[in-house]
Design a protein. Sequence first.
Length: 291
Amino acid sequence: SGGEQLPHLFQFHEDGFLVLENFFTAEECDSMRNQIQRIIAEMEVPPHCRTEFSTKEEEQLQAQGSSDYFLTSGDKIRFFFEKGVLDERGNFLIPKEKSISKIGHALHAHDPVFKQITHSSKVQELGRKLGLERPVVVQSMYIFKQPGIGGEVTPHQDATFLHTEPLGRVLGFWIALEDATQENGCLWFIPGSHTSGITRRMVRAAPGTSTCVEFVGSEPAYDDSQFIPLPISKGGLILIHGEVVHKSDLNSSDSSRHVFTFHVMEAKDTSWSKENWLQPTPELPFPSLYT
């Protein structure tokens, strides 16, 4: 068993998260940050961000357009923006590299730098220590948490969005590419909150409805005092159980909080919900973590 090398693995099962400081080197972090700058430099602004609002109907079509852009992003590299960064003509009010909220959801498949990190030997080794037999990568995201405008992420469980039968088969790998502090929006967790299932699911809406996804069930009111902050230095990795409750606050500081994160599913004896927004495609079946 890999438990000897990772004596704190029991902590993961107890808390639903595990902090591994200095998992990646500063050089590895910088290579990801440099690569994302290149990707942004070549970015074309998505057409759905450029439509002008005029009538209610067009506004709904706009929402539909952006929802298709989101729904079909699972096997592509796509751009998502913070609110209020574009004028009504779709021109940037601030520099474009400061306006992006996240890039997803297939960096791990299409970009050589992020692919190398996702399948790096130390990630594969960690997967083996965690006892994963047939892990597959379901999605990845680069999150910017821009200074001053990087929005809050309300308390949630990843399994709300990435549902499996049985539950407990999804695991997040969250990599700090810069120091994550309480000021710039580090993660907060409720320790032990991963053991009582989920109360809410985001599912694909019926075709032809005005939204692409809808929520079934509701998020309970969480007690703020139960959350503990997990500040982490550049290069640190946080393992996130699919059902643990976590959140992050608005970035009120003047420094960004860049993160690369990806989710892995244990595919052995597991079914991926057909109702999840994210679906494998013929172009991109979920790739094996182990190479």
